[in-house]
Design a protein around this ligand. Structure first.
Ligand code: ZN
Length: 287
């Protein structure tokens, strides 16, 4: 997959912030070659190169097999993480909620909701993933902002997807338009660009931006975006110790080593470990 998103043939320049569209960004740090990460005045980080339509089509065509399900161990950890996320959002839900998972992959996260009697549907851009999920749930395949989906949902999920969006506001507007009043947006498994590790490790942050994972948010930047759509923040969590990825003693030691390296004027060479604050979970309610 590296070959696709670092091949200049499939890249195009990004000249303004993909969220607020202002062109007043500063360079945060380099990624590789001429590819850089920019920081916009709105608080959003973005990559100054992104995949072209052709590159996106290649990347997403078979991502379910090539990336999402490529490693059995990783897949098992992700399933445990689904339970952490589900236990958190479940307390916000009323019985028989109508739920839409945007970027539902093969529908495994939705399975947890369906097992509790909620009514589930999915949206998926990747064809093989959409086909897998469609065996269990109604699935709308394609580009979410363009899809014709019935409204009045109680919950719309973005789990680990916002970093891929080239035009995030179209997704946010579409999601809010599909919610009933009082309905919820659930954003989780989302890298937090205000995290300590992103500040310390920058290009070596384990969820660093690339031309594929091309945009990065923080609780503040997302709260600002959803406030524009009359949605308020009603839940905020930063899962770490309760996740299957945490190993506090080793992770603290790794961060300490990177900190010392930085203080001595050296460049951090290792990828950041799982750590407090790396990932954010946010819930917004439509007024
Ligand atoms: Zn911006």
């Amino acid at each position: 997959m590296d070959a696709v998103y670092l091949n200049p043939r499939y890249l195009e320049n990004v000249v303004s912030c993909p969220v607020c569209e202002r062109a007043e960004s500063s360079v945060a740090y380099g990624v590789t070659g001429h590819v850089k990460v920019m920081r916009c005045a709105c608080g959003v980080f973005y990559c100054d190169n992104r995949l072209t339509e052709e590159g996106l089509a290649i990347y997403w065509k078979d991502y379910l097999d090539n990336e999402h399900n490529a490693d059995d161990a990783e897949r098992a950890l992700r399933r445990r993480m689904y339970l952490v996320d589900f236990d958190y959002i479940a307390r916000f839900l009323r019985d028989t909620s109508k739920i839409l998972d945007v970027g539902c992959a093969d529908g495994l996260f939705l399975d947890l909701f369906a097992a509790r009697g909620h009514v589930c549907g999915g949206v998926e851009f990747g064809h093989s993933a959409a086909r897998a999920a469609a065996q269990k749930y109604p699935v709308w395949e394609g580009y979410f902002p363009d899809l014709d989906i019935p409204p009045d949902h109680d919950l719309i999920i973005f789990r680990g997807v916002l970093q891929y969006l080239q035009k995030p506001r179209l997704f946010f507007q579409k999601a809010v338009s599909l919610l009933r009043r009082g309905g919820l947006i659930f954003i989780t498994a989302q890298p937090n660009m205000d995290s300590y590790c992103h500040r310390l490790y920058q290009n070596k942050f384990r969820f660093r931006l690339t031309p594929c994972d091309c945009v990065g948010f923080s609780p503040k930047s997302l709260s600002g975006e959803f406030a524009l759509l009359r949605c308020s923040l009603v839940g905020e969590q930063f899962f770490y110790e309760e996740t299957p990825y945490a190993n506090p003693e080793e992770d603290i030691a790794a961060v300490h080593k990177a900190l010392q390296c930085g203080r001595a004027g050296g460049a951090v060479m290792e990828t950041s470990p799982p750590f407090w604050g790396n990932m954010m979970t946010l819930v917004f309610r439509k007024q």
